[in-house]
Design a protein around this ligand. Structure first.
Ligand SMILES: [Zn+2]
Length: 174
């Protein structure tokens, strides 16, 4: 009787396992001057991390035994913005293949070569109440300007994807 019970449990677990799928991927490095070819890849559901892995020497990664559900991949490399792939739908015994480019495109449209041209707000389309963002440790003069709402302090950490203007009506970076 005990033997039978163990066998049933075993069969059930095999059955569950066989319905799980795989996610495999490759990352193409778009910025070889700055980054290496190693990334950390997180498999997430909402805010919780289900699994984590690192890419191999060929920039490939994979997750086995992924249950049915909706997942998110977060690809990280120190010094770069995260690449996030949303809404991966895993259903049963399938393999999802993803080919990714890293780093992801910058969401700010007004980058350095345009920084002297004041943009319109992407929400309201207005061009008033748009102030420059100042990076780095602010001087006393800059602090006074910031207190008057003439500039916005962006902090000290700069990357290749930083906004240069700020809309004070909608509180968004442009
Ligand atoms: Zn606005």
């Amino acid at each position: 009787m005990r033997f039978l019970f163990i066998q049933i449990i075993f069969l059930i677990s095999i059955n569950v396992y066989s319905q799980n799928g795989r996610i495999v991927g490759h990352i193409a490095n778009r910025d070889t001057s700055m980054g290496n070819n190693y990334w950390t890849v997180y498999l997430r559901q909402g805010d919780s991390t289900i699994k984590a892995t690192a890419t191999d020497a060929s920039a490939n990664f994979g997750f086995k035994d992924v249950r049915e559900g909706t997942y998110k991949l977060t690809i990280q490399q120190i010094g770069f913005r995260d690449l996030i792939i949303d809404s991966l739908q895993m259903s049963g015994d399938t393999t999802i293949t993803v080919n990714l480019n890293f780093p992801p495109p910058c969401k700010f449209i007004y980058l350095s070569y345009l920084k002297n041209r004041k943009p319109k707000c992407i929400i309201g389309g207005h061009n008033n109440n748009i102030i420059p963002i100042v990076y780095g440790l602010p001087s006393k003069k800059t602090m006074t300007k910031a207190a008057k709402g003439l500039v916005y302090l962006g902090g000290c950490v700069v990357s290749d994807c930083d906004p240069h203007y700020y809309c004070t009506i909608h509180s968004i970076e442009l």
